[in-house]
Write a protein that binds this ligand. Structure first.
Ligand code: AMP
Length: 145
C-alpha cells in the first residue's frame, strides 16, 4: 500500500497558512476545516513549516494569550518531514509513531500535493482489514472460490 492510495480517497486541496498569519486566525482556519494542522507556506505550494493544535496549546501554556496575536511562524515547526506519493504506507505509520506527529505533507518536486493524517491512515487500514475479512468469510462460506 502506497501513500498515493491514501490520497486517492481525499480531496486534493491542502489547507495552508502564510507564515505571518496570526495564531487567532489560524485557530479559525483549523476550526472551519475541522482539521488539526495546517501547512505553513508562503505561496501555497512550498512547505515552509507545519503548525498543529499542539503547537498552539504548548505556546499558550508557556506564554499565555499573548500568543494569539503572534504570527504562526513563532510557533510552527520549520523542519517538516514530507513524503513522496510512492512512499510505503507502512513506513509513514512507523514515522508517525516514532516521531509522535500525526500529519505528513506529500510533496512532488518541492510542490505540495496533499497531506496524510493519522486519521486517514487508520481509516485506510480499517477498510483494508474489512475487505480482507469479507474475502475470507466468502472463502469459508463458499461464496468465493
Ligand atoms: P501533530 O501530532 O501532527 O499535531 O504535531 C505534533 C508536533 O509535531 C507539532 O509540534 C507539529 O508542528 C509537529 N509536526 C507535525 N507534523 C510534522 C511533520 N510532518 N514534520 C515535522 N514536524 C511535524
Amino acid at each position: 500500500m502506497r501513500i498515493s492510495d491514501v490520497l486517492r480517497g481525499k480531496s486534493g486541496s491542502v489547507v495552508t497558512v502564510t507564515p505571518d498569519t496570526r495564531v487567532d486566525h489560524l485557530l479559525g482556519v483549523l476550526a472551519d476545516h475541522k482539521i488539526g494542522a495546517a501547512v505553513v507556506s508562503r505561496d501555497g505550494s512550498t512547505v515552509d513549516g507545519i503548525v498543529s493544535e499542539r503547537d498552539v496549546v504548548r505556546a499558550l501554556a508557556v506564554r499565555g494569550s499573548a500568543v494569539l496575536t503572534e504570527p504562526v511562524s513563532d510557533i510552527s515547526t520549520p523542519d517538516v518531514f514530507t513524503v513522496a506519493p510512492d512512499a510505503a504506507l507502512a513506513d509513514i505509520e512507523r514515522l508517525m509513531t516514532e516521531r509522535r506527529f500525526r500529519h505528513v505533507p506529500v510533496v512532488v518536486d518541492g510542490a505540495l500535493q496533499g497531506i496524510v493524517s493519522i486519521g486517514d491512515v487508520v481509516k485506510k487500514r480499517i477498510d483494508e482489514l474489512e475487505s480482507e475479512r469479507s474475502e475470507l468469510a466468502g472463502y469459508i462460506t463458499g461464496e468465493r472460490s
